[in-house]
Design a protein around this ligand. Structure first.
Ligand SMILES: [Zn+2]
Length: 283
């Protein structure tokens, strides 16, 4: 009988211990479940209110954000290279590229021209062979005080003996009426030293005061102009244009004075090309 009671007591104790363990386990597990279930009012009302509040607060932002969403930031890609802008080289660059030999002679200067008076680029033939330096020596030695601003050699070398803003005696007298025709009526800035009249058919003398003269070393009937010489002339004209900031009209000496021998007949095609597009090359 005692043994049976003891067994019953043990069973009751074991059951109590089991209950305690179960209760302990339930207490351990409960908190997470409790949060989800203990406050249904929080979930259904407070949570909804909070959600509404969040929506209200966010609505404008969402609206404002829409453009960003519609226009997403472009993916970072390399900037496309802008096409090179064709820019004409400046005057000093062209001058350096030509390797102009400067051999200025005061004796060739007959007054001030200035950019405001610049209108023409006049082309000549030397009607004699030789290097540009020998041409300058010839002009200097003959006492005529005649010279052009530039000389272009057959090898493409370029010499300058008069500054562009000074008057040089390269055009001389022109056909009657040409001062008015070319708009070069002011002869007062030219000292006219060394000038000798060549007759009543050629009384006009204004071109010197409005032009830059270029002599091409060449003799009429002497054959083709070398490519190097023509290319140098292209660049020299580009330089003069860049120097003044505008394109001077290109004229041949024998347009100013029709009895003159230069330019040579071989130059006629090039002259037309120069007048049309400022290069010896045909387009
Ligand atoms: Zn000439």
């Amino acid at each position: 009988m005692m043994k049976k009671r003891l067994s019953l007591l043990i069973a009751v104790i074991a059951l109590l211990v089991l209950i305690v363990v179960i209760v302990w386990l339930v207490v351990q597990v409960k908190p997470s479940g409790q949060m989800a279930n203990m406050n249904p009012s929080f979930d259904s009302t407070a949570s909804q209110q909070m959600q509404g509040s969040i929506n209200n607060q966010n609505s404008p932002d969402v609206t404002q954000a829409e453009p960003d969403l519609e226009q997403p930031e472009p993916e970072p890609t390399e900037e496309p290279e802008a096409p090179p802008t064709p820019t004409a080289p400046d005057a000093s660059t062209l001058f350096a590229e030509m390797g102009v030999v400067e051999d200025y002679r005061d004796v060739f200067v007959h007054g001030n021209k200035g950019a405001e008076h610049q209108k023409y680029i006049m082309l000549h033939d030397t009607e004699g062979w030789g290097s540009p330096s020998s041409v300058i020596s010839y002009w200097s030695g003959n006492g005529n005080l005649v010279a052009a601003h530039f000389i272009v050699g057959t090898d493409g070398s370029v010499y300058q003996c008069v500054a562009m803003d000074k008057i040089a005696h390269h055009a001389g007298f022109g056909n009657a009426g040409n001062n008015a025709k070319y708009g070069v009526t002011d002869e007062s800035r030219d000292d006219k030293k060394g000038t000798v009249s060549i007759g009543s058919a050629h009384p006009d003398y204004g071109m010197n005061s409005y032009s830059v003269g270029i002599e091409m070393v060449h003799v009429g009937g002497g054959g083709e102009y070398p490519t190097a010489q023509l290319e140098a002339l292209d660049k020299l004209i580009a330089y003069i244009d860049a120097y003044y900031g505008f394109e001077s009209a290109i004229v041949a000496h024998n347009e100013w004075r029709t009895s003159n021998s230069d330019m040579s007949a071989e130059f006629s095609t090039y002259l037309a090309n120069y007048k049309n597009h400022r290069s010896y090359k045909s387009l």
